[in-house]
Design a protein around this ligand. Structure first.
Ligand code: 3H9
Length: 715
């Protein structure tokens, strides 16, 4: 798992061997202990280079080990031994040096890196902190503010950025190991005193207490209840205020509180789930490993409203050629201007340069005749989309993939408008499409495996977390959102205020509660959808529609012109149209009182537990229905959709993981309780899959797929 060879006469070259990322498993740790001991004691070795095999230095501790019994030598004494060595040790960083990988490099006396390598301490995103000396060595090397930024966000740096910050000593575009060996030969015999980071003073800002107070406030605010970022600040504060050995002790104590926490389990589940969803499968048997994506270099985007513009930017940033079509001349001019601005700003933020002629604009649909894939992003109107798909099917090449960005319309019906229904899939982006990480790839019963594979691959190229899902109204994300949003309105009818509901959800970890979110996206959006479904009865207050409980509150607000932030009034009041500062609205309070009185509803006190249970368990219950129907292949798919597309707090793992943490029997029991109280709300009726899982002993979430696949009686 680690090999020692002697190169260039006197350099001991230690190579880590644990593909694919040389994670520091027990065997690798033992390998490092053995090879370092041999290198240090070999009189023919004058200096040492540590590198990773296959172009990757080290991806950090082996995350797979965290769930079980940890054995093998611990990292801290290994790294202390490396730093204390009296022969120079050089880290040769290629590919990645992340987490424990960067901590290993920080224990070395020198670091040489490839310019494109990724360096960082991403432990915070796994619910942990860099506990092999990272929180104590990094601030001593680059100063407290820069170290705090890297450790509390977990962001990756390129080798070139790491050089600017002073994390590495040299960057090379040549062979990194060869450069490191050459460097190791050149420094033999030089003093190592100033190279042992643990012995350096920690450069601190002037008023250290006030500085950390400010940082802590900021970090707590953006953490939305996650505990690891807070512990990271505390650990760096120890580096700034305590000697190294005591700082290390503090680092260990803080790590111990995080290591077994539910949040760490949830975040590590998210890490693996993000990779699981790329290995998609569908009920028809098509799979990621047997379906080859079609090469795509040129994509057409039809419709340059908000979504089409974001999609165009995302495609261009991924290096694709885009033909952007908008048939209305005025809208086209506005879109062209907006897209250029978005592209410039994003490219500047990401530090990438763009080729100027990547996007061709046209007002003619025929302009997409030679593209390999089209993404339709026109207004959400089935008749309009039907017509467009018919036209595209005639004018595009016979093998062009036709994709729709619809957020809920029937993909199979759209496919049936074309000559080649097997080439039609949904590519449901989330606004703003060049920023949001989620892409739902929707396959219909006739979609070819290659069409799904191509859309998934295109999503990956755009840096998206792509999740393949089946075709149903609202797909996975929006279908589950319906009961969640409806419960929030029912709670307001029963006595809660929008503030009570939002506060409970925001304390749970959502960046915004249902009502603040609805004000941001516009109340008229849902109003249009409800109108299309025949649910809206203007001026009417009836609370039963299409045979089930219905809350007309949203419709009544829209009828008053209250569309949310854009009109300065919605569920909240804003200083002016477009302002973002939501304030409770006394008008709404009296409106609700009058509404309840007219409906004969007696207002009652609703606490945050009821808000969370009613909203979240309704959402989760729909998730179980979706799994049961095979619309999502596994709970990981649903969880990644909610974490990356709907702001579900990542440290809770996603709705299905959260249910598994609460306990499935408990979720079932509470749903039964609420269903008894509200028999007119169908989405509170527990899913039969939830019942099956509970009667199978509530297995671990990783085993749910087996239960879902098991034959069962539908009686
Ligand atoms: C830590 O270091 C704690 C320390 O402070 C010490 C405390 C005492 N372990 O992402 P990919 C697997 S915490 C185990 O598709 P890429 C991954 O699951 C750790 N497995 O490749 C996948 O498996 P599969 C801090 C790992 O090229 C395969 O490798 N480190 C680990 O797109 C390929 O991964 C991190 O947080 C691991 N550490 O990206 C870094 N890493 O094929 C986490 C990966 O079965 N890793 N795997 O699905 C990454 O960010 C990316 O994997 C990396 C490569 C950038 C390295």
């Amino acid at each position: 798992m680690a090999a020692l060879t002697r190169v260039s006469g006197s350099v001991g070259l230690i190579s880590l061997l644990n593909p694919p990322v040389n994670a520091l498993s027990a065997a690798v740790r033992q390998g490092i202990v053995d090879t370092v001991r041999r290198a240090v004691s070999d009189p023919q070795v004058k200096s040492v280079v540590i590198c990773g095999q296959n172009g990757v230095f080290c991806g950090g501790a082996d995350i797979k080990e965290f769930g079980g019994h940890m054995s093998g030598p611990p990292l801290v004494p290994i790294f202390n031994t490396i730093e204390a060595a009296d022969k120079p040790v050089v880290a040769a960083i290629e590919g990645s040096a992340l987490g424990g990988g960067l901590e290993l490099a920080l224990a070395c006396h020198y670091r040489i890196t490839q310019s494109k390598a990724r360096l960082g301490l991403p432990e915070v995103s796994l619910g942990l902190l860099p506990a092999a000396g990272g929180t104590q060595r990094l601030p001593r090397l680059i100063g407290v503010p820069a170290a705090l930024d890297l450790i509390t966000t977990g962001r990756h740096l390129t080798g070139a950025e790491a050089l600017k910050l002073g994390i590495v000593d040299q960057v090379t575009d040549q062979n990194t190991v060869e450069a490191a060996v050459k460097f190791a030969l050149s420094i033999v015999g030089q003093s190592l005193e100033s190279r042992r980071i643990s012995t350096l003073p920690c450069p601190c800002p002037a008023d250290i207490d006030a500085f950390f107070e400010g940082v802590m406030q900021r970090v707590k605010k953006s953490a939305h209840g996650a505990i690891a970022p807070v512990a990271c600040v505390q650990a760096v504060q120890a580096a700034a205020t305590l000697p190294f050995t005591q700082g290390m002790q503090r680092e260990q104590e803080l790590m111990a509180t995080l290591f077994g926490s539910g949040q760490a389990r949830a975040l590590q589940y998210c890490f693996f789930s993000q990779r699981v969803v790329s290995k998609w499968s569908s009920p028809s048997g098509s799979r990621w490993d047997t379906s080859k994506p079609k090469p795509v270099t040129k994509v057409g985007v039809i419709g340059l409203g908000t979504m089409g513009r974001g999609i165009t930017v995302a495609l261009a940033l991924a290096g694709l050629s885009v033909v952007a079509v908008e048939t209305q001349q005025q809208q086209m001019m506005a879109a062209q201007h907006a897209v250029s601005g978005m592209l410039e700003r994003t490219a500047r933020r990401r530090g990438v340069s763009l080729v100027g002629d990547q996007i061709r604009y046209s007002v003619e649909l025929e302009a997409v005749a030679d593209v390999e894939l089209v993404i339709e992003a026109v207004f959400e109107d089935m008749a309009l989309k039907e017509k467009l798909f018919k036209q595209l099917s005639t004018l595009c090449k016979a093998d062009t993939l036709l994709c729709s960005n619809t957020s809920s319309l029937d993909i199979d019906h759209l496919a049936s408008q074309t000559h080649s229904p097997q080439l039609v899939v949904g590519m449901h982006f989330f606004a703003p499409a060049h920023v949001m990480k989620l892409l739902e790839v929707v396959y219909g019963p006739r979609s070819a495996p290659q069409a799904v594979a191509t859309a998934m691959e295109l999503g990956k190229r755009m840096g998206k977390v792509s999740v393949a899902v089946g075709n149903c109204s609202g797909f996975v994300g929006n279908r589950m959102l319906m009961p969640y949003v409806e419960e929030a309105s029912f709670l307001v009818e029963e006595g809660a205020s929008p503030e009570i509901v939002d506060r409970a959800l925001e304390e749970f970890g959502f960046p915004m509660g249902v009502f603040r979110m609805s004000d941001l996206s516009g109340l008229d959006v849902g109003w249009k959808v409800r109108k299309a479904r025949g649910l809206v009865e203007p001026g009417q207050m009836s609370r039963v529609r299409q045979g089930r409980r219905y809350s007309p509150l949203g419709d009544l607000l829209c009828e008053q012109g209250r569309f949310g932030q854009k009109t300065g009034r919605g569920w909240y009041l804003y200083d002016s149209a477009g302002s973002r500062e939501a304030q409770p609205d006394p008008w709404l309070q009296s409106f609700l009182e009058e509404y309840r009185a007219r409906q004969g509803l007696v207002s009652r006190r609703i606490d945050s537990q009821e808000v969370l249970e009613r909203c979240l368990y309704a959402l989760i219950n729909e998730g179980f229905n979706i799994l049961q129907e095979g619309i999502a292949a596994g709970p990981e798919d649903i969880d990644m959709i909610y974490v990356f597309g709907y702001g579900f707090p990542r440290h809770r793992g996603g709705p299905m993981f959260y249910a598994s943490q609460v306990g499935l029997a408990q979720v079932l029991q509470r749903l039964e309780h609420y269903q008894q109280l509200h028999p007119d709300i169908p989405h509170l009726r527990p899913s039969s899959l939830l019942r099956r899982l509970v009667s199978s002993g509530s297995p671990r979430i990783q085993r749910w797929r087996e239960i879902i696949r098991m034959p069962h009686s539908s009686l």
